[in-house]
Design a protein around this ligand. Structure first.
Ligand SMILES: C[S@@+](CC[C@H](N)C(=O)[O-])C[C@H]1O[C@@H](n2cnc3c(N)ncnc32)[C@H](O)[C@@H]1O
Length: 277
């Protein structure tokens, strides 16, 4: 069950009750505790090279911390005018106005393409409305959220220190059929793999020989970095595992593979291209 704090529950209850002042936007203002802000940014491994976008930036604390403690730049968007004014005052007091900008803007109308990190403390339904835009971002973009998840897109990492902080890394699209070629000293070898993908989780089948197909083992997809292992069963007496590491870019995957273990291990370049449907 989702962990909802007392403050959230109270605010959301008040929000729906007649006779109470209603927050006019999609999510009420509840600031993330500083410990949670720190944890979100630590989880996303924010550096000075990052551009952070905080969607629903409240009093600006996430972006100001990203600038102050991690040297990042970025923008915060919120629809509440007084929160934008407060954020600017807070950023001035923190001495980070040259790194951050706060804009009165609907988060659903915000251009996210510049972000290397996106931070969220919204509500489950709002996260779900945002999800298609998040999944369409450049592979490798990191998304960190306080408390609420992204439906069946499971986080890559979840940490609980007082509250939940979760990290998702936008996965490259690798689903489909690929033709892998490997430069072995004895000559090039070619085999086909079929990859199935559910967000960052992948598995698949490979045909090394015309006999029984094999599996893709120990798979992982982190942004555009792909990893899997295949048992090379071309010659029964010489079976060995091939450990593939690669990068995915526009219809091509390529990298290095290690074949075998210990002193028998050899290293080779590999490249795969998509097989059109
Ligand atoms: C729960 S607060 C989070 C504040 C801050 N990110 C933090 O974690 O401390 C959510 C914020 O989203 C803002 N908000 C709600 N709907 C919005 C929308 N459609 N566009 C931009 N901001 C919105 C609210 O005004 C509020 O400040």
């Amino acid at each position: 069950m989702k962990k909802i704090t007392f403050a959230w529950a109270l605010l959301c209850a008040l929000w729906g009750l007649p006779g109470h002042a209603q927050w006019p936007y999609d999510v009420p203002f509840v600031p993330s505790p500083q410990i949670v802000v720190d944890e979100m940014l630590r989880l996303a491994e924010v550096t000075k090279d990052d551009f952070v976008i905080d969607l629903g930036s409240g009093d600006g604390r996430i972006l100001i911390t990203a600038a102050q403690k991690f040297g990042a730049r970025g923008i915060g968007v919120d629809l509440d005018e007084s929160l934008i004014e407060q954020s600017v005052a807070n950023a001035q007091a923190a001495g980070v106005m040259d790194q951050v900008q706060f804009i009165r803007q609907d988060l659903f109308k915000t251009d996210l393409s510049k972000a290397s990190v996106i931070t969220l403390y919204l509500l489950p339904g709002v996260n779900m409305r945002l999800r298609p835009a998040l999944l369409a971002l450049k592979p490798g973009t990191r998304i960190v959220a306080h408390d609420f998840e992204l439906g069946d897109w499971k986080p890559d990492v979840k940490v609980t220190i007082r509250k939940n902080a979760m990290l998702w890394i936008v996965p490259a699209n690798v689903a489909g059929r690929w033709r892998i070629s490997v430069d072995f000293p004895e000559g090039e070898r070619v085999f086909d793999v079929e990859i199935r993908q559910q967000y960052q989780e992948i598995d698949g089948v490979v045909r090394i020989t015309d006999a029984i197909p094999g599996g893709l083992w120990q798979t992982s997809l982190r942004g555009d970095k792909v990893r899997f292992s295949i048992v090379d069963n071309a010659v029964r007496e010489l079976e060995a595992t091939m450990y593939f590491d690669g990068v995915v870019r526009e219809g091509v995957m390529e990298g290095e593979l290690r074949r075998g273990v210990g002193v028998t291990q050899t290293r080779h370049r590999w490249r795969a291209i998509r097989i059109p449907k």
